[in-house]
Ligand binder design. Structure first.
Ligand SMILES: [Fe+2]
Length: 193
């Protein structure tokens, strides 16, 4: 059974209505789920990457894991600051999430990077939506999410730079699903080898 939802506290951030505080916290809970999912997924890739580019990708990912874990921590603490109880258990995350589990196991670096391009795309797009909705009532949360998005967009570029041609095309070719992106990136790498 997933963790029980705790009742809201008797306070929120000064100058905000309790209703707004609770609404922003709900938006942040979804982002917390996404960030916890992302740092676990990044570790999964760190452990499962194989092939000639193993060490570069294996080592590139650990600082991203650390940064995304720090983002999850600040997001959870913002939820508590707003008077709601952050939920950080795996069962609750799986029950609440609207996206599929990362589907690739042991695979060449370039295939994982193709899939990770799609993963970052989804998380960043949802973060931008959260920036918009939180920004209407809480610029402090908006500022936090902007900082996180800036950092994730940089990491996304680190990933994409591996997939990019000198003409600026991505080998994933706009694939919307991880496994398709992985296949396309893998095929493009074999072709150019
Ligand atoms: Fe490690």
């Amino acid at each position: 059974m997933p963790a029980k939802k705790s009742p809201p506290a008797s306070f929120t951030a000064p100058g905000m209505s309790k209703r707004d505080g609770a609404e922003v916290a709900t938006t942040l809970q979804d982002r917390l789920n996404a960030l916890n999912d992302l740092h676990l997924t990044l570790k999964h890739i760190h452990w499962n990457v194989v092939g000639p580019h193993f060490i570069a990708v294996h080592e590139m990912l650990d600082p991203q894991v650390d940064a995304v874990r720090a983002m999850a921590d600040e997001t959870a603490e913002r939820i508590a600051t707003l008077g709601s109880a952050p939920v950080g258990t795996p069962g609750a995350l799986v029950k609440a999430r609207t996206w599929d589990d990362y589907s690739i196991g042991r695979a060449p670096a370039i295939e994982h990077l193709g899939a990770l391009d799609v993963v970052y795309d989804g998380v960043i797009e949802a973060h931008r939506k959260a920036i918009e909705s939180a920004g209407d009532v809480d610029p402090i949360t908006e500022d936090m999410l902007i900082g996180q998005t800036r950092q994730m967009e940089l990491f996304h570029w680190f990933v994409r730079a591996h997939l990019e041609s000198s003409g600026g095309q991505l080998s994933t070719g706009g694939a919307e699903h991880e496994s398709t992106a992985a296949k396309r990136a893998g095929a493009a790498a074999r072709k150019s080898a």
